[in-house]
Design a protein around this ligand. Structure first.
Ligand SMILES: *Cc1c(COP(=O)(O)O)cnc(C)c1O
Length: 360
């Protein structure tokens, strides 16, 4: 079977060139006679893979020297707990911005460790927008301010970086990291599960400023202690070696595409195609405030939910898959990460136009 256009929110599409290279190197990586999966993480071949992945990520995001890059496990959801465990220090409260399902989970987990001040929320309008900075009520005693810079389920993206003064800003960037250039120096900590826009599930990336290290609660597990992992180059135990390798290939691919400025241009073009189409249609509708629409995750609804099943079935026949919205919100969602070629978005829009004409 030919490859399809895969709009999954995650685990998600990977660049075809990366999959081909991984396939070519599956049985014999670089003349070692072994697969990357079969190598010691302490051996030279893997240490080189790991170091190159980190160096390429640092180059792509222009990560300043006073930040550590950690390659961890446990997913972005693991970080919901590890962030308070590692960076609360002697503080007892943290600010959270509540913009949808993922920030809700982050808040629930943080409450096990500290008092949570919900500094802003978009619950009043069903999580369809990013609350303006002027509406945020920050706590002066907060250890940090956490927000979800792209809500994968609701399709709401912050197109601006909040200003939290001297209080460290923490971003769950799981579903839009590497989709655009980012001024890392504005953040205390940025984290992302790999399986949306980086690589395979199993790898979690944490970029953390040096001054936030060394504050972990005494009962923090060693493998989840940022400082311990930073000092061990994320190898206090066996890292997710194959996921790191694939992520590294994705970083190389991104550099070949022209880096994050080029990806941003393409992501603007891709998302504009679909939002322009939604806006001129009376059959489809986007639930998200125009200025806060995500370039990565595009939720939309058909004129009637009763057409959803027919839409998904016809889309599948046209080799367009994984368009069903998250079970908590219903409707449709097209995730159009870096690895989704513009041809995939064109095919989707063309299919949607045909479906509308037949049903509408
Ligand atoms: C997918 C996702 C998560 C959860 O990631 P896991 O790796 O499954 O723990 C958290 N936050 C955001 C924004 C996500 O998109």
């Amino acid at each position: 079977m030919a490859r399809v256009f895969n709009f999954s929110a995650g685990p998600a599409v990977l660049p075809e060139a990366v999959l081909k290279q991984a396939a070519a190197e599956m049985l014999d990586y670089g003349g070692t006679g072994t697969s990357v999966m079969e190598m010691s993480h302490r051996g030279k071949a893997f240490i080189d893979i790991h170091a190159r992945a980190e160096a390429d990520l640092r180059e792509l995001l222009a990560i300043p020297k006073n930040y550590k890059v950690l390659f961890l496990q446990g997913g972005a959801a693991g970080q919901f707990a590890l962030i308070p465990m590692n960076i609360l220090g002697d503080k007892t409260v943290a600010d959270y911005v509540y913009t949808g399902q993922w920030s809700k989970k982050a808040i629930t987990e943080a409450k096990k460790f500290c008092k949570v001040n919900v500094a802003a929320s978009s619950e009043d309008q069903n999580f369809s927008y990013a609350p303006a900075q002027t509406a945020w009520k920050l706590d002066a005693n907060a250890a940090y301010v956490h927000y979800t810079s792209n809500e994968t389920i609701g399709g709401v993206e912050f197109h601006w970086i909040p200003d939290t003064g001297n209080v460290p800003l923490v971003a769950d960037a799981s579903s839009h990291i590497l989709s655009r250039p980012l001024d890392v120096s504005r953040f205390g900590l940025i984290y992302a599960g790999a399986q949306k826009n980086i690589g395979p599930a199993g790898l979690t990336i944490v970029v953390v400023r040096d001054d936030l290290l060394g504050k972990a609660m005494p009962n923090t597990p060693e493998v989840f202690n940022y400082k311990v992992q930073a000092e061990a180059d994320s190898m206090i135990n066996t890292p997710p070696t194959y996921a790191v390798y694939i992520a590294g290939l994705v970083f190389q691919w991104l550099k070949q595409q022209g880096g994050l400025a080029a990806m941003e241009k393409l992501n603007i073009a891709k998302s504009k195609l679909i939002y322009d189409f939604l806006d001129q249609s009376e059959f489809y509708q986007s639930p998200v405030a125009t200025q806060d629409r995500s370039r990565m995750n595009v939720p939309f609804r058909l004129k009637s939910d009763s057409l959803d099943d027919a839409f998904l079935k016809a889309a599948k026949t046209a080799n367009l898959v994984e368009l069903k919205g998250h079970r908590s919100v219903g409707g449709m969602r097209a995730s159009i990460y870096n690895a989704m070629p513009i041809e995939g978005v064109q095919a989707l829009v063309s299919f949607m136009r045909d479906f509308e004409q037949k049903q509408g």
